[in-house]
Design a protein. Structure first.
Length: 153
Protein backbone atom coordinates (compact mmCIF):
# COMPACT_ATOMS: atom_id res chain seq x y z
CA UNK A 1 0.00 0.00 0.00
CA UNK A 2 1.03 3.62 -0.51
CA UNK A 3 0.62 5.73 2.62
CA UNK A 4 0.19 9.46 2.82
CA UNK A 5 1.09 10.97 6.19
CA UNK A 6 -0.32 14.31 7.25
CA UNK A 7 0.69 15.91 10.53
CA UNK A 8 -1.72 18.62 11.59
CA UNK A 9 -0.10 20.98 14.05
CA UNK A 10 0.51 24.65 14.66
CA UNK A 11 3.82 23.91 16.39
CA UNK A 12 5.46 20.79 14.93
CA UNK A 13 8.34 20.77 12.49
CA UNK A 14 9.85 17.80 10.69
CA UNK A 15 12.62 17.71 13.31
CA UNK A 16 10.24 17.18 16.24
CA UNK A 17 7.32 15.40 14.57
CA UNK A 18 7.68 12.12 16.44
CA UNK A 19 4.11 11.02 15.62
CA UNK A 20 4.52 11.57 11.88
CA UNK A 21 7.82 9.71 12.03
CA UNK A 22 6.18 6.86 13.94
CA UNK A 23 3.46 6.48 11.29
CA UNK A 24 6.06 6.42 8.50
CA UNK A 25 8.29 3.96 10.37
CA UNK A 26 5.38 1.60 11.14
CA UNK A 27 4.15 1.64 7.53
CA UNK A 28 7.63 1.10 6.12
CA UNK A 29 8.33 -1.63 8.69
CA UNK A 30 5.22 -3.46 7.50
CA UNK A 31 6.42 -3.34 3.89
CA UNK A 32 4.37 -0.39 2.67
CA UNK A 33 5.57 2.72 0.83
CA UNK A 34 5.31 6.38 1.81
CA UNK A 35 3.68 8.33 -1.02
CA UNK A 36 3.92 11.69 0.74
CA UNK A 37 4.49 13.36 4.10
CA UNK A 38 3.35 16.87 4.97
CA UNK A 39 2.98 19.06 8.03
CA UNK A 40 0.17 21.61 7.89
CA UNK A 41 -1.28 24.10 10.34
CA UNK A 42 -4.55 23.19 12.01
CA UNK A 43 -6.47 25.18 9.42
CA UNK A 44 -9.50 23.43 7.91
CA UNK A 45 -8.85 24.70 4.39
CA UNK A 46 -5.27 23.41 4.37
CA UNK A 47 -6.46 20.01 5.60
CA UNK A 48 -9.26 19.88 3.04
CA UNK A 49 -6.98 20.89 0.17
CA UNK A 50 -4.51 18.09 0.92
CA UNK A 51 -7.20 15.46 1.33
CA UNK A 52 -9.05 16.50 -1.82
CA UNK A 53 -5.87 16.77 -3.89
CA UNK A 54 -3.06 14.77 -2.29
CA UNK A 55 0.41 15.61 -3.61
CA UNK A 56 0.91 11.98 -4.65
CA UNK A 57 -1.22 8.89 -5.18
CA UNK A 58 -1.94 7.19 -1.88
CA UNK A 59 -4.15 4.24 -0.98
CA UNK A 60 -4.25 5.26 2.67
CA UNK A 61 -3.86 8.64 4.34
CA UNK A 62 -3.12 8.78 8.05
CA UNK A 63 -3.41 12.12 9.78
CA UNK A 64 -2.26 12.91 13.28
CA UNK A 65 -3.20 15.90 15.40
CA UNK A 66 -6.21 18.13 15.75
CA UNK A 67 -8.68 15.49 16.97
CA UNK A 68 -9.16 16.86 20.49
CA UNK A 69 -11.59 19.43 21.83
CA UNK A 70 -9.40 22.52 21.98
CA UNK A 71 -10.60 25.46 19.87
CA UNK A 72 -7.75 24.94 17.36
CA UNK A 73 -8.54 21.22 16.94
CA UNK A 74 -10.37 21.26 13.60
CA UNK A 75 -9.36 17.98 11.98
CA UNK A 76 -12.58 16.16 12.85
CA UNK A 77 -14.80 18.88 11.40
CA UNK A 78 -12.71 19.20 8.24
CA UNK A 79 -12.42 15.48 7.55
CA UNK A 80 -15.86 14.28 8.61
CA UNK A 81 -17.44 16.51 5.96
CA UNK A 82 -15.39 14.77 3.25
CA UNK A 83 -15.94 11.17 4.32
CA UNK A 84 -18.04 9.16 1.88
CA UNK A 85 -18.33 6.10 4.11
CA UNK A 86 -17.42 6.26 7.78
CA UNK A 87 -15.80 3.32 9.55
CA UNK A 88 -17.38 3.85 13.00
CA UNK A 89 -15.77 0.75 14.49
CA UNK A 90 -12.34 2.34 14.14
CA UNK A 91 -13.10 5.21 16.50
CA UNK A 92 -14.93 2.94 18.90
CA UNK A 93 -12.09 0.41 19.09
CA UNK A 94 -9.44 3.11 19.24
CA UNK A 95 -11.10 4.76 22.26
CA UNK A 96 -11.61 1.37 23.94
CA UNK A 97 -7.93 0.46 23.53
CA UNK A 98 -6.88 3.99 24.53
CA UNK A 99 -8.90 3.66 27.71
CA UNK A 100 -6.58 0.83 28.74
CA UNK A 101 -3.63 3.24 28.43
CA UNK A 102 -4.96 6.64 29.52
CA UNK A 103 -8.21 5.95 31.35
CA UNK A 104 -11.22 8.23 30.99
CA UNK A 105 -9.24 10.78 28.95
CA UNK A 106 -9.78 8.40 25.99
CA UNK A 107 -13.32 9.76 25.61
CA UNK A 108 -11.90 13.13 24.58
CA UNK A 109 -10.48 11.73 21.34
CA UNK A 110 -12.40 12.35 18.14
CA UNK A 111 -10.38 9.83 16.14
CA UNK A 112 -12.29 8.93 13.00
CA UNK A 113 -11.82 6.85 9.85
CA UNK A 114 -13.58 6.39 6.56
CA UNK A 115 -13.25 6.48 2.84
CA UNK A 116 -12.78 9.54 0.68
CA UNK A 117 -13.13 8.45 -2.92
CA UNK A 118 -10.87 5.45 -3.42
CA UNK A 119 -8.71 6.16 -0.35
CA UNK A 120 -9.00 5.08 3.27
CA UNK A 121 -8.38 7.93 5.72
CA UNK A 122 -7.55 7.56 9.41
CA UNK A 123 -7.46 10.61 11.69
CA UNK A 124 -5.47 10.04 14.86
CA UNK A 125 -4.54 12.17 17.85
CA UNK A 126 -1.12 13.80 17.83
CA UNK A 127 0.25 11.69 20.69
CA UNK A 128 2.97 9.27 19.61
CA UNK A 129 1.59 6.62 21.98
CA UNK A 130 -1.85 7.00 20.38
CA UNK A 131 -0.35 6.77 16.89
CA UNK A 132 1.59 3.63 17.79
CA UNK A 133 -1.54 2.05 19.26
CA UNK A 134 -3.65 2.82 16.20
CA UNK A 135 -1.04 1.80 13.64
CA UNK A 136 0.00 -1.47 15.28
CA UNK A 137 -3.30 -2.71 16.72
CA UNK A 138 -5.86 -1.41 14.22
CA UNK A 139 -4.61 0.06 10.95
CA UNK A 140 -1.77 -2.20 9.82
CA UNK A 141 -3.59 -5.46 10.59
CA UNK A 142 -6.57 -4.44 8.39
CA UNK A 143 -5.26 -1.98 5.81
CA UNK A 144 -4.77 -4.55 3.06
CA UNK A 145 -8.31 -5.82 3.45
CA UNK A 146 -9.75 -2.28 3.51
CA UNK A 147 -7.91 -1.17 0.38
CA UNK A 148 -8.88 -4.44 -1.31
CA UNK A 149 -12.55 -3.77 -0.60
CA UNK A 150 -12.29 -0.37 -2.27
CA UNK A 151 -10.73 -1.93 -5.36
CA UNK A 152 -13.75 -4.22 -5.91
CA UNK A 153 -15.98 -2.66 -8.55
Amino acid sequence: MRFGVLTISDTRSEADDTSGRSIRDAALGAGHAIAFYRIVKDEPQQILDLLRRPPATADVIVTNGGTGLAPRDTTFEAVSGLIDREIPGFGELFRMLSYEQVGAAAMLSRAVAGTIGDRVVFCLPGSTKAVDLAMNRLILPQVGHLVGLLAVK
